[in-house]
Each structure stands twice: as C-alpha cells, then as structure tokens.
Design a protein around this ligand. Structure first.
Ligand code: BGC
Length: 719
C-alpha cells in the first residue's frame, strides 16, 4: 500500500492505527483524580468555560495577550495545567479570518477527498500532519474529527465530513483523530449529533427513532470514538428529538457516557449553550462563551451547586474528564513554538490529493492525456490561479499568494464567508507536465468565446468549481452558468474533459456530451499538481466516491432543504423518515439509480476479483483475491456489502480495503467485519438475529458481483 512519508510520523504509518493502551488511560484517570483533588472550587469552575479570542466587531473585547484562535480556556500553572488553546482544524490549522498576520499552515484536501481514498493510513497521516503543525504553533486541542453523515448531499459542510456511510466515515475520522493525538494534541470528534444541514442549524429539531439513529449517525460517531479515542466530543447546534444536542440527557449522559462509557469531556459548539441545566444533562464545558447569552458555566453554575441543585461530584467529574484527556495524549506538555517542515508537509498533502481524486468517466480512454496532443484548451475555474477551497471556520490559509474573495452576507458567519483559491494552478502544473503541448487558458467568462477557442484545440478541459461553506447549504447545480459553459465547450469540441472542484455532488446535465469527468473535490494546497498528476497518468486514479451523486433532487428523501428562506432561529422539526437509509442505502431501498453510486471510481487499469470466502463466528471476515489484469500499476478498492438477512434486503458496507498492484500482480485481502454491522439495534443493544446472511463484493454499493451466504448464530454484540 502506498503511504505518505511525513518524516515525523513515518514510523506511525505501519498500517495499524494505534489505540491508547488501557494502562495509559488508567494512569491518565488516576493523575486527573489526583490533580482535581488539589484544586480549589474557583480553579474547578475556571476549566468549565472558555472564550473565543478573536476580535469581531459587535462582540466583547478580548483580554490582551491571547493568541487569536477559536477557543481559549485559562490554565492553572500552580498545578501544571496548561492554558488550553484550541484551533479549528478540519482541514489543517486555521488562522481565523487571517487574524494572525502572516501565519500560514499546510492546507489539507477536504475530508470528502480524504474519505475518497478509503485509506485509514492516509487519514492517520493527515491528522498527524495537522497535529504536528498545531503543537508547533502552540495549540493543544484541535477542533477536528467531523463525522456527521452526509444525509443531504447539499449540506454546506459535507466537505468537512467523511461521507454517507457510518463504517467509512467512522474509520476515516477515527484514524485522523488518532493521527492528531499521536502529536500530543487532543482532538475532538464533532458535531454530536445530526447537525446534518446548515440551514437553521441553531433551531432545527432533527427527529429520528432510536433504532435507525443508532444504526446511522450515532454509529459513525461510535466507530470514530472506538478507533480514534478523541479526548473531547463537540456537541452540535441543533436539537435532536426535542432537546438541544448540548443539553440532551439522552445523547450525552445516556448514549455517550453510559452506553459507550466515553471517558473524555463534552465541549459545546460555539454559541450552542442556552441554559445552565445543560451541565446536568452531560455537557462538561461551555466553549466560546461570549457567543451565548451568559457564561452559564461560571456564576450561574456556581449558584446551582451552592443551592444543592447540582452535586459537587458532577463538577469534579467534568474537571477530571478534561484533565484525563489532556494527560492521556500528553497534551499537558508545555506549549512551545517550534519550526515546521512545510516542504515535507506539502509533499504529503499532494500525495493525499493524488489518492482521493475520483475518475468518473473516461470514454474511449481519453485519459490519461496523450503526451503527443498538440493543443489543449484549459477553460474556467480560475485554473490559471489555483484551486478553490471551502469557507467557514475550517478555512486554512496556506503559503503563497492566495486569491481571497470576501462574499459578505448576513449574520456573524458573514465574517467567515470568503472564497479562497489555493495558489496551486492546474494550468501551470499541466504546462509543466506536458512541455511539448500548447496549453492555453480561457477564463470561460464568455461561453461563446470559450467554445470558439476550444473548437481550435485538440482537446478541451473545463474546470468547474462550487464553493460550499459552513453556515449555508448548497445546491446540486453548478453555480454561475458553468453547466452552460461546459455544454457550449462540449458542443464545440467532442474531446472535452470536465474537472470538478466541488464541496459536494453536483448534477451533470452535460454528462453525455463530454468524454471525461474527474471529481477533484477541494484538493488542498497541492491540488493543481495533483489534478495534473491524474490527468497525465503520472498517478493512476484510485479514489472512490464516499457519497452518492444524485441524478435529480426528486430522488432525495427531501426535495428541498428544510427551512430554506425562513428567518434565522425559526424552530423547525425535520423528520428523518429515511431512518438509517442514508445515501446509497436509500437508493438501494427505493430501487433508484443515482448518477454515480457510493464506492464508484475508475482506474487506468482493470482488476479482477476471485476466491470470495466469508467466515462467521466471533471474528467474521470477508476474504477475496484481487488481481491487476491491466497494463499499469494502480489501486483497487474492494468493497463488501451485506445485501440480505434471511432473505430481507439490506445494503450495508461491512468492509473495504485499498490495494496497490503492479500489472499481473494479485493479492489476497481479508476484511474484518465489525459485528455491529451485521446486527440490528434493539432495546437490549446490538443483536445479530441469526440465520442466513448474504454478502456481496463489488465495485460500488450498487454494482455488485459475487454473492455468498454465511450462517450466523443469534447473538448479542457487546462493546
Ligand atoms: C463550528 C465548529 C467550530 C467552532 C469554532 C462553530 O461555528 O460549528 O465546527 O469548531 O465554530 O470555530
């Protein structure tokens, strides 16, 4: 398997995502209890709330001397408890609103691209890279680990999350969290739970029955927590079944702390606390408190404790949870700034981008680009300047001359509403890779002119971009008339290839007219070069879709985004009637064919699968042999799906792998199956009903080949 060399984390790229051993956890707990016992009440309450130290017009001034960042909680030097400096980091360490002059970080590709690699190793490496830069800049907590399921392909933050399947999303997020924490930085997992749309995110009530909830969004969190052991969980803005997520006794006390025995702390999202009672419901720390009406977890909480309405033991519990998570990963070590190996990191993120770009169409083998093409017209997408990125609190500022376009808008999120182009030009990368070809650029601003230009070239490549951001949901239609541009170019030149740089799936009304389509997502700071790598065949594409691409809105569980256009904070219930049938499960259940299915993605070589074997018992697994039967080295991503239980159809990804094979080479791959994926959630917990389980392997969730049955005994699945 291809791995990324990161210098500092190279030793960790063994294919095994480490867990923190029980003894380290135990000693972290013991140390936390000992420190907490020495604290005064004033010190205890001090750890239970933080601020957002960013100067924003209209908000209270920030105490002097603090680094501008998303979160800060004052430490207690006499007990060796450091200041807690929190940075956003879904896609690298954020310099919020470019407020720390000249402070740049390595900009990772979007989490959807990372999920498209189907590679926990690369996810670990990307987390370790962000963790390394965070610690080097003096941060000890990263607000990373986004694992909300892509319940709606228009959710504006899907690019910060890891797709629509609980196993894939939980595995990728868990590995990335583990990577962050390997650098002695606590990572969160967020946003717990069902913050699955941005429209009215502070007031919607996401409603779902417990069984499908446990089998979908909660399962993604459960897997991410099992694998990554994040020190903190960030609860979400929205309500879940009638209670705000940060004040949900069910989510925090029952599911997280009682059922999952989660030992770390729960921090709120910024501006998500509406009442002091949330503390009793399981919230341990109020973040960015100046965004709430009150610093509830300061004086109001002290009053609750003094009046005997909240036991003192609960305060000790919250404090210990914070401390044990800092100790468990060594995040309490003094914060010292140190140099960063940006060159090694640049190399690493380009490799991740190489691995997660998905080839969706390649008619007549138009790709890879022939080295003898005389002329190529590159059109649109500001491909002469760079590659687009997503907006909101995760936006990273990389080195170099970025193109920054503030969009403005309404509300506090308008401060974060900026389109940023990473200075990594696909045009320049293509020109460098194909020096004998005449490659020229047209902005695509005037489709007629772009089409006329394309008509005189051997081949046209149209770059289409879609900006998505926290705080606003998107559309399945490419913005700014780009569909018409692609159509006009493809009409003028049948040898047209489209490169999509999108945060989310888009419709492709022009699909039948173009010969090639590449989904490059937000490919990060090495994106231009990575796109050129794949177009020219320097890299054989090995990405697979972590999210289904619908043909039309009418095929979605909800035709429009609920609440679109309603005033901010309008209370709105949303019934998730599709239950656990998110993404491909929905299409399979409805018998609807999406434009492109989850798991889909082409290669410049071909693979054959044989020798399927399934073993049941207490350690179930799926084994098959993968052979490269083409002419180039490449990556295959074999996938295993549960397709029926006792004759009743289901569709669940239960295993996947990513293998690199030279021509003619074959490898036998064993995918261990998490028994929760064979089980149903019942009143008593995860239960395997027993009987006949049909399992299929295939190229995507909807393109399955061999099916094999296995008999399983009825059993409960314990944690
Ligand atoms: C986002 C979080 C982020 C926090 C701090 C919130 O608006 O939802 O993901 O970590 O801000 O910036």
């Amino acid at each position: 398997m291809k791995t990324v060399r990161l210098g500092l984390v190279a030793a960790l790229l063994s294919g095994i995502v480490p867990c923190f051993p029980a003894t380290a956890q135990d000693s972290a707990d013991a140390k936390a209890a000992a420190t907490e016992a020495k604290m005064t009440d004033v010190e205890r309450f001090q750890l239970l709330h933080g601020i957002m130290p960013i100067a924003i017009p209209g908000l209270p001034p920030i105490p002097p001397g603090l680094k501008s960042t998303a979160g800060f909680v004052r430490g207690i030097p006499r007990l060796g408890i450091p200041d807690i400096y929190e940075s956003d980091a879904s896609l690298g360490v954020v310099n919020p609103l470019q407020s720390r002059k000249g402070d740049i970080s390595t900009a990772l590709p979007s989490s959807l691209l990372l999920a498209a690699t189907f590679s926990p190793d690369l996810a670990f490496a990307s987390g370790a890279l962000a963790g390394n830069e965070a610690r080097s800049k003096g941060f000890n907590v990263l607000l990373a680990g986004g694992v909300n399921l892509a319940r709606d392909p228009r959710n504006g933050r899907n690019f910060e999350y890891a797709g629509e399947d609980p196993l894939l999303a939980g595995t990728i997020a868990g590995a990335s969290i583990s990577g962050v924490q390997s650098e002695h930085v606590v990572s969160t997992v967020k946003h717990f739970a069902l913050n699955d749309q941005e429209t009215l995110r502070q007031s919607i009530d996401a409603r779902i029955e417990e069984k499908p909830f446990r089998e979908s969004d909660l399962l993604a969190f459960e897997i991410a927590i099992d694998r990554g052991h994040p020190g903190a969980v960030m609860c979400a803005y929205n309500q879940v079944n009638g209670a705000y997520a940060c004040g949900s006794d069910f989510l925090l006390n029952k599911v997280l702390k009682a059922d999952w025995k989660y030992p770390g702390w729960v921090m709120s999202d910024w501006g998500a606390v509406h009442d002091v009672s949330y503390f009793a419901k399981g919230l341990d720390q109020q973040s960015g408190a100046q965004l709430d009406k009150e610093t509830y977890f300061d004086k109001p909480l002290q009053d609750e404790v003094a009046a005997g309405r909240v036991p003192k033991a609960r305060v000790s519990d919250a404090v210990r949870r914070i401390l044990r998570s800092l100790y468990a990963v060594g995040a309490d070590a003094p914060l010292r700034e140190r140099p960063i190996d940006f060159a090694a990191h640049a190399n690493a993120v380009r490799k991740i981008a190489d691995a997660g770009i998905v080839l969706l169409k390649n008619e007549g083998g138009i790709l890879p680009l022939a080295a003898n093409a005389k002329s190529i017209a590159v059109i649109g997408g500001h491909a002469d300047v760079g590659v687009i990125s997503g907006g909101g609190s995760s936006q990273v500022t990389p080195a170099g001359q970025v193109l920054l376009l503030p969009l403005g808008g309404r509300g506090i999120m308008s401060n974060w509403s900026k389109i940023l182009y990473m200075p990594s030009s696909p045009l320049k990368a293509l020109q460098a890779a194909l020096p004998r070809t005449n490659i020229e650029f047209d902005s695509g601003y005037v489709p007629e002119e772009a089409a006329a230009f394309a008509a005189h070239s051997d081949l046209a490549i149209v770059f289409a971009t879609q900006w998505q951001s926290e705080g606003v949901d998107g559309s399945l239609t490419l913005p700014e008339g780009q569909d018409a541009l692609i159509d006009a170019v493809a009409t003028a030149n049948p040898n047209t290839i489209v490169v999509l740089e999108t945060g989310n799936p888009v419709k492709m009304p022009w699909l039948g007219k173009v010969k090639g389509v590449l989904e490059a997502w937000y490919p990060g700071q090495g994106g231009g070069e990575a796109i050129a790598d794949v177009l020219t065949g320097a890299v054989n594409p090995g990405g697979r879709l972590p999210i289904s691409f619908p043909t039309d809105e009418k095929d979605l569980p909800r035709r429009t985004i609920p609440g679109l256009g309603l005033p901010e904070k309008t209370a709105l219930p949303i019934d998730y009637d599709e239950g656990a049938n998110v993404g491909y499960k929905w299409y399979a259940a409805k018998g609807v064919k999406p434009l492109f299915a989850f798991g889909e993605g082409l290669s410049y070589t071909r693979f054959a699968h044989s020798g399927l074997k399934i073993s049941g018992g207490s350690d179930p697994s799926v084994t098959l042999t993968v052979k490269n039967i083409g002419e180039r080295s490449g990556f295959d991503v074999p996938q295993a799906y549960l397709v029926s239980i006792n004759g009743k159809p289901v569709r669940r990804l239960i295993g996947f792998s990513r293998v690199e094979l030279a021509p003619g080479q074959s490898r036998t791959v064993t995918m261990k199956v998490d028994r929760r994926l064979l089980a149903d959630w019942t009143d008593k917990g995860w239960a395997i009903a027993g009987g006949q389980y049909d399992i299929a392997t295939g190229q995507s969730a909807l393109d399955l080949d061999e099916v094999m049955s296995v008999k399983l005994a009825a059993q409960m699945v314990s944690r």
